[in-house]
Design a protein around this ligand. Structure first.
Ligand SMILES: NC(=O)C1=CN([C@@H]2O[C@H](COP(=O)(O)OP(=O)(O)OC[C@H]3O[C@@H](n4cnc5c(N)ncnc54)[C@H](OP(=O)(O)O)[C@@H]3O)[C@@H](O)[C@H]2O)C=CC1
Ligand SMILES: CC(=O)N[C@@H](CCC(=O)OP(=O)(O)O)C(=O)O
Length: 417
């Protein structure tokens, strides 16, 4: 039977692998209610004693512990660039977030409009109209998702109150070396002090640094799909750092919502094409991550392709293994490295993951295959460019920065078919 419940506490049940098995709330009289995915209804879970290890009879999983958090504070969120693809994806994902409450949204050409008029799929959300950044009042905001074009972003972030926590989805604060930024982005960096403060937001790899950061540079979508499998393998010296070849494919939403001739249906449908060959601006970002892992300068070959699909990203990575290492060793290492992670999963069989298996979710699915050529392996990694490649990872990072479980509001299963 449906009922309205006022929760005082949000609770998480973990399975024995340490992953969150159920999210719910604890009512005033101490009863745990399990949240039903993607709905606002809750299922009463009986026979579960909070703070004990007794499993619920209604659950097939063996619960190992319950952690609870007081729902004391609501974090007031500003979404800069809410009329774009990543901004609107933040709004969609936050609809079910128990702590984050959107109090401010900005747009540029669409300033003055409601989110529902710009994105009818969000018309059910009761949110303030979007305003221009110059008219934005940050007095009711604690944290900001900055979903603006690179270049514009630095100056806007520089002008924000310093008490705000910021997750920047643009490329403006990702490269530590500002001269490298100038070389690849064709303009000098205009906020070099802030650059020193920024922490690169590849959550599973830099969790500790992100927790205490004020400004997080959310990674690019291609780098996310590539660095998640490669960094642990380089750290463990299981692959050679020379001759890494990466072939990546992206859905068209990766290019943003702005009208561009190159992104017309007629230019995209019924074919694929490579772009940015040898000079894509994600190359230095990927090499920065790989070099940090290797403690030496790493270079690689990277070619992105545009696919006739709205979202999704696959990176196919060709590597040379260290002497005596097999592709099964790579698989085993990644499996154990990500064993307790909710969002990075190694496939259990020998099938390649598909972009459609992670669509709309914050998951990264990975598999490793032996190449026909001895000593080489092929790694396939898929994400949704708008979720793990942008807005989902951004929420995961802000969760950490606010000291709440990082999966909060992100346990959406992929949308299939
Ligand atoms: N799309 C993706 O898959 C990914 C994108 N990113 C990065 O995230 C950022 C946002 O991308 P995305 O959402 O795709 O881009 P969109 O082009 O879809 O959206 C851009 C947003 O910024 C606003 N805007 C544009 N110019 C200005 C300006 N001069 N001043 C203030 N606001 C402005 C736009 O407002 P209006 O619509 O009103 O003009 C819109 O809200 C970019 O830096 C992008 O590179 C990162 C990872 C993945
Ligand atoms: C399909 C497409 O055009 N994709 C974008 C990458 C999207 C992304 O992650 O870009 P940022 O580095 O700006 O955040 C591109 O290739 O430039």
């Amino acid at each position: 039977m449906e009922q309205r419940i006022n929760f005082t506490t949000q609770a998480f049940i973990f399975n024995q692998m340490g992953s969150i098995a159920a999210v719910g709330g604890i009512s005033n009289n101490g009863i745990f209610f399990r949240k039903i995915q993607d709905e606002t209804r809750y299922l009463r879970v009986r026979n579960l004693t909070v703070r004990s290890s007794v499993a619920s009879k209604q659950e097939s999983l063996q619960f190992s512990k319950v952690e609870s958090h007081k729902l004391e504070k609501t974090v007031r969120i500003g979404v800069l660039g809410a009329s774009g693809y990543t901004g609107s994806e933040i709004v969609r994902l936050l609809a079910n977030h128990p702590y984050f409450d959107i109090t401010l949204m900005t747009a540029d050409r669409k300033a003055g409009q409601s989110i529902g008029s710009v994105f009818p799929h969000l018309a059910t959300q009761d949110l303030p109209d979007m305003v221009a950044v110059k008219d934005a009042d940050f007095s009711d905001v604690d944290a900001v998702f900055c979903c603006l074009p690179h270049g514009t972003t630095q100056e806007i972030i520089k002008s924000l109150p310093t008490r705000l926590k910021i997750v920047d989805l643009s490329a403006d604060f990702r490269l530590r070396n500002v001269s490298e930024y100038e070389e690849w982005y064709g303009q000098p960096h205009k906020a070099t002090d802030l650059q020193k403060e920024a922490v690169y937001g590849l959550t599973e790899i830099l969790r500790t640094e992100i927790q205490s950061a004020r400004l997080v540079a959310n990674p690019g979508c291609f780098p996310t799909s590539i660095l998640l499998p490669l960094i642990p393998l380089i750290n463990a010296k299981l692959i050679e750092v020379k001759n890494i070849i990466i072939d990546s494919k992206s859905g068209v939403s990766g290019a943003g919502r702005g009208a561009k001739e190159a992104n017309l249906y007629t230019e995209i449908a019924e074919g694929i094409h490579s772009y940015g060959v040898t000079r894509h601006r994600h190359a230095p970002e990927i090499e920065q991550g790989l070099s940090d892992a290797a403690h030496s300068k790493v270079t690689m070959s990277f070619t992105p392709h545009l696919m006739p699909m709205s979202r999704g990203m696959q990176s196919t990575i060709y590597v040379e293994m260290a002497p005596g290492v097999s592709s099964e060793d790579l698989n085993q290492h990644l499996r154990s490295f990500y064993e307790n992670e909710e969002f990075v999963k190694l496939m259990k069989d020998d099938k390649p993951p598909h972009t459609r298996h992670v669509r709309g979710s914050n998951y990264c699915f990975v598999n490793v295959f032996p190449d026909r050529i001895p000593g080489r392996a092929i790694i396939i990694s898929v994400i949704d460019n708008l979720v793990k490649g942008a807005s989902g990872q951004a929420i995961q990072n802000l969760n950490l920065m606010m000291g709440i479980p990082e999966t909060t509001g992100l346990l959406y299963l992929p949308l299939f078919p």
